[in-house]
Design a protein around this ligand. Structure first.
Ligand code: SF4
Length: 213
């Protein structure tokens, strides 16, 4: 199966996902940092706490007391590490004179700059670049790896950069397509291609080499 075909079939099955659920690009940045190793509902709680306190912009976050911030983001777990990352990214944004200036960097330079922040890995950096800066980088995650492996599209271990290059070599750069494809892979993986797959309910089962009948 070609990746483009998989994308189109997932889109037909689930419809557009309209990710990322956020009101502003900065909210996407915050969400991308806080969502590491936690469920999205916890991120929603933390973001709504920050919003309620008027702390959803880099300047306010940098002025706020770390103790207060820690309490507000507590629902996401690992809150000390995540607070440090959030503060470092806010400092980076400030150093560039705002998010728009930072995002005006060429994509590869933006990626390198984000990756230079301690604790910001490729998945977080790419989520920020794709969903907040609207530049065409593909976001890979463990769901991508699991689904591609089960469908026989990927062999070998999880390698972020190689998987990303694989998708980008088959699907030409397109912000909207990359946004949807990543979201659709996650949707399919949460609904049916779970850790223990629900193959009986999967529309791909006839073409999936690892389908359990
Ligand atoms: S048939 Fe099963 S293993 Fe294959 S994609 Fe569907 S849920 Fe995943």
């Amino acid at each position: 199966m070609h990746l483009r075909e998989l994308y189109e079939e997932l889109l037909r099955a689930y419809g557009p996902q309209h990710w990322w659920p956020a009101e502003t690009p900065f909210e996407v940045v915050v969400g991308a940092i806080l969502t590491q190793n936690t469920a999205w509902r916890n991120v929603e709680k933390a973001i709504s706490n920050l919003k309620r306190e008027g702390l959803l912009d880099p300047d306010s976050i940098l002025r706020a007391s770390p103790d207060v911030l820690r309490e507000l983001i507590r629902p996401v777990g690992f809150y000390n590490q995540k607070l440090q990352r959030l503060l470092d990214v806010c400092r980076l944004i400030k150093r560039y004179g705002g998010l728009e200036n930072l995002f005006s960097l060429p994509m590869e330079e933006l990626r390198r700059t984000l990756l230079s922040v301690k604790g910001i890995g490729p998945e977080t950096a790419d989520a920020i670049i794709l969903y907040a800066a609207n530049k065409p980088t593909f976001v890979v995650d463990r769901y991508t790896y699991r689904l591609f492996t089960r469908l026989g599209l990927w062999q070998g271990p999880y390698k972020y950069e190689a998987l990303k290059r694989f998708v980008e070599s088959q699907i030409p750069p397109n912000v909207e397509v990359y946004k949807e494809f990543h979201a659709l892979i996650d949707e399919h993986s949460k609904r049916v291609c779970r850790k223990k797959p629900h193959c009986h309910a999967c529309f791909l089962r006839e073409r999936c080499p690892t389908a359990q009948h």
